[in-house]
Design a protein around this ligand. Structure first.
Ligand code: C2E
Ligand code: MG
Ligand code: MG
Length: 709
């Protein structure tokens, strides 16, 4: 998990925390404000109450200082009975008006009674009142007790009939001016005889305070909302930034991943590259050593891949490579490794190899995987692969050594030709030396006449009639015996000896063929193999001309067998040569058809006359249903393109019957005869030509023993 990934939930949690802190701060501020406001209200109310109180006290002092005030006697103002003892309570003015003395308290009461406009009330209360009006109510009674205990003032709020009053009680101390009236009641100066009780309506103040509180609370809520909005916006911005950071870091890790993949993989096929292969090999070797297992390393090369790429283009080469890789990967075990080594070449790491049967199975699987043609850029390609394998720990105990051994085995397999397999042998390096010796010997072999041609009949499967022969080279080595062409032709090609060898073979075959041609009443063809290098030989046509001229074999009786690879190696030149041959009447056959990479469709562009179905397809008849389809489609396509067909490697009656049933009549193979020496082939031809009935019967008899080489 990246830093950004862990930051996001943290950010979400932090936002919650911040919102909570902000809300708590706003709520605390609001509460503090409310508290302050109520304190202020208290002070205002108290201030007002005190002011009223002081004014009232001042008035009382003033009126007490004058021992009361004379007012005219009226219905509302009668002489005060409590002042009856005063001699001057009532006076008559010279005009005859009667004035009576009003005590300060009476004035106050009258003021209270008349002062409807006044919104406050002040009265004297006493626990021991002279007048009953001055009796305290319950709250005043409790207040008086508190004042008696020394409290300076007592206050409270009191609600009554929708009106809230602020009530204040303060002690009333006896002063000198009081003694004028109250001296008779034994009042002492400084004595607390009661209290002044003030009741101040505060509804308006409270309402104003509530309005003030409400508007300020709205302000606080707005502030809280703004803060909240700011926090959310800030959070969002941060989150967006983090998202951007995250996508950037994801992009970065993707690029990193791609880079890592590129470092260890082949960009074209996606296969592990050499680096990764070496690492896996190391690990596998350590594991195999610990558990006592064997493992194998293989070098696998697609045959003629470079030629194919040069002919069909890079794109086609790459596509084909990808398809081949898909098939190989699908066929190998999941714990095996297929890695890219070079263009068209791969490394194989095969774990848990018990015995050579395991390797053989792998080889079969690889061949099986490539057996079906591969459709690529509109063409069908028959791909084969060559494989060289080395075993750990038998052949080498270190990774480099093991790969070198596998490579040596691969080179060995290549010598055997396409679609070959070789296991590393300890004498591989010795073999390299032997190869050199062989090369020298081959040079001398020509001079010493150790090379010979054997002939294998080509037969019309419908009636067993010999229609021609294929000339196949043999080297009769004085010490090693008869050596097959696969052992020395690649060597001859590499060294350039093939030109001399090929020219010799062409001359010899034409010479032998001319005789049999005459015997067979012109229905005989002589097939001679040409290697790719020979086909590109500048004086090839001269050699052919001279071979035909010297032997007397008509050009139409000569079939030159070349492989698909030979054509695609240098297409313009191949076409030129093919046209020249066509003009001469010499026929050309595509040998081993199906093992290369070309298709019949492709071949229609070249002036060829014959197609030889490779032995591997014939081998598979009755083994794989699909092959039957392949052969059937090759036959029908060849017929459409007017190409003659010859099936190679027919070994059984069933194969013959299958081919006949599918319209391929010409065939060649051990079923009829192995390649034999010219003398024996001549005998066969003679016998058949002279109409030796017994020989003919034997020749045509199903299940007869093969004519040995
Ligand atoms: P190729 O031209 O495809 O020849 C057919 C090969 O298949 C021959 O092997 C033949 O002996 C073998 N064969 C034929 N019928 C059967 C059968 O029923 N079963 C089995 N198992 N094999 C069968 P050979 O003679 O060893 O020749 C191998 C290859 O060497 C030839 O393949 C050809 O490519 C090359 N070669 C032979 N002679 C010459 C030559 O004079 N010049 C060149 N350039 N190449 C030659
Ligand atoms: Mg051939
Ligand atoms: Mg062949």
């Amino acid at each position: 998990m990246s830093v950004v990934d862990s930051a996001l939930p943290l950010l979400r949690r932090h936002l919650l925390l911040l919102v909570m802190v902000w809300t708590a701060a706003c709520a605390a501020a609001l509460l503090y404000f409310i508290h302050e406001e109520s304190e202020r209200l208290q002070q205002v109310v108290l201030g007002q109450a005190r002011a009223v109180f002081d004014r009232d006290l001042l008035f009382r002092r003033w009126s007490a200082g004058h021992q009361g005030v004379y007012v005219p006697v009226s219905a509302a103002t009668q002489p005060d009975p409590y002042l009856a003892r005063l001699p001057e309570r009532d006076v008559i003015t010279p005009s005859g008006r009667v004035l009576t003395l009003l005590s300060p308290d009476a004035i106050e009461r009258q003021l209270l009674a008349t002062g409807a406009s006044r919104d406050f009330k002040v009265r004297v209360v006493s626990p021991d009142p002279i007048r009953s009006e001055n009796l305290p109510d319950a709250w005043e009674g409790q207040g008086l007790a508190a004042l008696a205990r020394g409290q300076e003032e007592v206050s409270t709020y009191f609600a009554d009939k929708g009106q809230t009053h602020f009530r204040l009680l303060r002690p009333l101390t006896v002063e000198d001016s009081c003694l004028g009236c109250h001296g008779v009641h034994n009042y002492q100066v400084g004595q607390i005889r009661g209290a002044l009780s003030l009741s101040l309506p505060v509804n308006a103040l409270l309402a104003a305070n509530r309005r003030h509180l409400a508007s300020d609370a709205v302000g606080y809520v707005v502030l809280w909302g703004l803060g909240l909005g700011g926090l959310i916006l800030g959070h969002r911005r941060l989150r967006r930034q983090l998202d951007r950071e995250r996508s950037k870091s994801e992009e970065l890790s993707r690029v990193e991943g791609d880079l890592r993949h590129l470092t260890f993989h082949d960009p074209l096929t996606g296969l592990p590259n050499r680096l990764l292969f070496d690492d896996r090999l190391n690990q596998a070797m350590i594991h195999a050593t610990r558990v006592g297992e064997k493992l194998a390393v293989g070098v696998l090369g697609i045959d003629n891949f470079k030629k194919l790429k040069n002919t069909f283009g890079v794109h086609c080469g790459e596509e084909l490579l990808k398809r081949v890789v898909q098939r190989l990967v699908a066929t190998l075990r999941a714990d095996d490794t297929l890695a890219t080594l070079a263009e068209g070449r791969f490394l194989l790491l095969l774990l848990k190899q018990g015995d050579s049967d395991d390797l053989t199975r792998v080889v079969q699987k690889v061949r099986e995987a490539l057996r079906e043609p591969i459709l690529c850029v509109g063409e069908e390609f028959f791909v084969t692969a060559t494989l060289g394998v080395a075993l750990f720990p038998d052949d080498a105990v270190d990774p480099r050594g093991l790969i070198s051994c596998a490579d040596a085995a691969f080179s060995g397999a290549k010598v055997l030709g396409r679609n070959s397999y070789a296991r590393f042998a300890a004498d591989f390096s010795r073999r390299a030396l032997e190869t050199m010796t062989m090369e020298n010997r081959l040079r001398r072999a020509l001079e010493r006449g150790e090379l010979e041609l054997h002939y294998q009949p080509q037969v019309d499967g419908r009636n067993g009639r010999v229609t021609g022969a294929e000339a196949l080279l043999r080297w009769r080595h004085p010490e090693l015996g008869l050596i097959a062409p696969a052992e020395f032709i690649p060597l001859a090609e590499e060294s350039g000896l093939i030109f001399t060898v090929g020219a010799w073979a062409l001359h010899a075959a034409c010479k032998d063929g001319a005789g049999w041609y005459r015997q067979q009443n012109s229905s005989f063809v002589m097939a001679v193999n040409l290697s790719a290098r020979q086909f590109q030989q500048p004086d090839l046509l001269d050699i052919i001309d001279s071979a035909l001229a010297l032997s007397g074999l008509p050009p139409a009786a000569l079939v030159l067998e070349i492989t698909e690879g030979t054509i695609v190696e240098d297409v313009p030149r191949a076409i030129e040569t093919l046209v020249e041959l066509k003009q001469r009447g010499v026929r050309v056959a595509i040998d081993d058809f199906g093992t290369g990479y070309s298709s019949l469709n492709y071949l229609k562009n070249f002036p060829v006359d014959q197609v030889k179905i490779d032995k591997s397809f014939v081998d598979d008849i009755h083994k794989h249903g699909n092959n039957n389809v392949i052969i059937a489609s090759i036959v029908s396509m060849a017929h459409k393109l007017n190409l003659e067909l010859v099936a190679e490697g027919v070994e059984t009656e069933a194969q013959r019957d299958f081919l006949l049933a599918h319209g391929c009549t010409k065939m060649q193979g051990f079923y009829y005869s192995r390649p034999v020496e010219p003398e024996r082939f001549g005998e066969l031809i003679n016998a058949l030509a002279t109409g030796d009935a017994e020989l003919m019967r034997w020749w045509c008899e199903p299940g007869r023993p093969m004519l040995p080489e």
